[in-house]
Each structure stands twice: as C-alpha cells, then as structure tokens.
Design a protein around this ligand. Structure first.
Ligand code: PHE
Length: 355
C-alpha cells in the first residue's frame, strides 16, 4: 500500500473513535498543518518522476478531499451530540407552578395626562413639552407679566439663583412661548407637565400638574375657546351635558381673561358632574394678549387665538374620588395600589400577589 493510502486509512479510523472537538482539531493540524502529513506529501510532488507525477497528484488530491470531508462530518456530529446533551439536561418542566410576579400601577396623574392628551389629539392638538427649570423670560417677561406682579414674588416662586434668572416654572404657559418661538402659526398644541409654587395645604402642593392649551390661527375667537373646553370636559367626565360658567378674571398674558367653573352636586357622598348648584373652578383661560404674540414674533393683526391652563391634579381628584391632593405625592404604595391603574389588562388570576 502506498504511503498516502496508509495515512488515509490511519486517520479515517482515528476519526471513527469517540473524540471531542479538540482532538479533531489536532487531527486537522496533524494532516494539514505546516508539517502535516498531507502537507508534506504535497511537498514531495516536485521530486516524483515525471511519469508518476500526474497519478500521484490526483490520488493525493482525492485523499485530501476525503479526509477533509470526514473531518467536517465529525465536527458536525460532535456539535449535534452537544446540542442533544444540552436539550436533555436543560429540559423545562412545564408542570411547575408559575413564579409570582410583581406588577406596578399607573399613577392617577399619569393616567389622567394620557386621557387628556388623547381627547385633545382627537380634535387636532399636538402634544408639546417644556422643561421644569425655566428662565425668567419664558415664565414671566414674554408672557407680559410686569416686574411688580405678585406671582414674581419669592413667596410664590422657587428661584434657583440669586439673580432670579432661573426658576421652577410656576405654570405650563412658558411652553406657549417656546412653541411659538420655534415655529410658525398656526399653532394648536397642548402641553402637560409639572409646575411649582411655594404653597402647601390640603388643596395645594408645592409641585402640581397643569395642561396648557394654545390655539392660534387667522380667525380664532372666544366661541372656539368655549366650544373646545365644553367638548373636553364632557369627554373627560364621560357625561352628555355639563354646566360650565366663565367668570371674568385677569391674567397678564390673556385679554379678555376668564376662569371656568363646572357645576356639580354631591349625591350619596359622590360627586356628580353636570348637575346641581355647586361650582368648582378648574381652569384659567383667555384670548392670547397681543403683547405676547409680539414677543414671539407673531403679528397680532393677522393671527390671534386662545390659551388655557387646566389643573390636572384637581381633575384627577374629581374624576377618581380622591380627596387629599397631598396623597398624590406621598409615594405610598398601598395608596397607589388602590387608586392606580393596571398597565395591562391582566386577568386578576394571573396577577402576582407578592406584596
Ligand atoms: N397660567 C395660568 C395659571 O397658572 C392659567 C392660564 C393659562 C390662564 C393660559 C390663561 C391662559 O394660573
């Protein structure tokens, strides 16, 4: 038998043994490495006599192919064996009872912000956002608020520096300014978010939430404002008719200005919206002051419109029967568990009770 046939038989037999991946790689090197047995046979080609060379070369190539195929088949076999072993060892027992999992709740304020955003987006409002830390210009000056206005007082506003340049926004109205400065009219936006005032009792918290509304276009009037708020309140409280009252008021950034009350009554210790003779203030609004429009480079002789600012926490309290505003921000998990909303409609039987 020729040398190369011997090599072939020897290694084909070796590959039949029970080998691991390392041993197969070793075989590969022994055959085809720099000093591998097959590599060395190829080196001999030059010294083979001319008449034998052709046959030797073709035999050698055949053997090389055969060995390479045998090696790659062996590697495949080993890999499949490994997978099967893994499958056997890591079998999942589907009869095991599930591990209970912890499901959080959506805070009522977040829920109400989502509800408000979806109601307004249905009638064409885009949602905008602004930062909690504002500059004095956007929060007051651009909004036509004079230097001596009581809202600018240290007792009302949290300033962040001695120069009173930066502050925690006292309302969401600066988002009106930001939106109009960065775009061109028409504008039709709402801007929900956190607001801050130096105030704390059962119905006032130093941090609370508002949603700003702004609609500026060529022919917007107070009738549009009333229609829009009427629609919103009905949708939000899911009632067919409401009682709504516009009371003349004053804001530096709107003229005329109004505060809006909704009518309600208490029946069986529950609030009923749209009936009765009690009134509850829920928002401030008005037609955007021409000075504000000028400050944001909008021509008030061509464009005008309305703005409003609604207290979100109060709406949430009313709709979901929560009577102390402070409980919203106490981060009491039992409270959240009671008043919060399910993020997914998971059937209660699947809900983990690891509380
Ligand atoms: N920013 C006012 C407030 O916080 C509310 C408001 C917004 C009034 C827009 C008029 C127009 O009280």
């Amino acid at each position: 038998m020729s040398d190369i046939k011997k090599i072939k038989d020897e290694f084909i037999n070796k590959l039949k043994e029970d080998l691991d991946l390392n041993s197969v790689n070793q075989i590969k090197t022994d055959l085809f490495g720099k000093n591998g047995k097959i590599s060395n046979e190829f080196k001999k080609l030059g010294s083979v006599s001319a008449e034998d060379r052709k046959k030797f070369a073709s035999d050698l190539n055949l053997i090389k192919d055969e060995l390479q195929i045998a090696i790659s088949n062996k590697i495949k076999d080993i890999e499949i064996k490994e997978i099967n072993l893994k499958l056997q060892n890591e079998k999942i027992d589907v009869t095991l009872p599930e591990r209970s999992f912890f499901q959080g709740k959506i805070h009522p304020v977040s829920q109400v912000i989502d509800e408000i955003s979806s109601i307004f987006s249905e009638i064409g409002f885009n949602v905008e956002e602004g930062p909690d830390v504002e500059n004095e210009y956007n929060n007051f000056t651009a909004l036509n608020t004079p230097d001596n206005h009581p809202a600018r007082d240290m007792h009302d506003t949290f300033y962040l520096d001695v120069n009173k340049e930066y502050l925690l926004r006292t309302h969401t109205s600066p988002v009106q300014v930001r939106t109009m400065l960065k775009g061109k009219p028409p504008f039709k936006i709402i801007a929900p978010g956190r607001t801050y005032r130096s105030d704390s009792d059962q119905t006032h918290a130093p941090m609370f939430h508002q949603v700003e509304g702004l609609h500026i276009d060529k022919n917007i009037n107070m009738g549009h404002l009333k229609g829009c708020l009427n629609y919103f309140i009905k949708e939000f409280f899911e009632v067919d008719k409401i009682k709504m009252r516009f009371r003349p008021s004053h804001f530096p950034f709107t003229e005329p200005s109004a505060e809006v009350d909704i009518g309600y009554k208490i029946k069986d210790e529950k609030i009923v919206i749209g009936e009765g003779d009690k009134w509850l203030e829920i928002l401030g609004c008005g037609m955007v002051h021409p000075n504000v429009l000028r400050n944001v480079k909008v021509d008030p002789s061509k464009y005008q419109g309305y703005a409003f600012g609604i207290g979100i926490d109060r709406l949430a309290m009313l709709k979901y029967g929560i009577n102390d505003l402070r409980s919203f921000f106490e981060t009491d998990y039992r409270w959240l568990n009671h008043f919060g909303f399910d993020p997914l409609d998971v059937p209660s039987s699947y809900r983990g009770l690891s509380r």
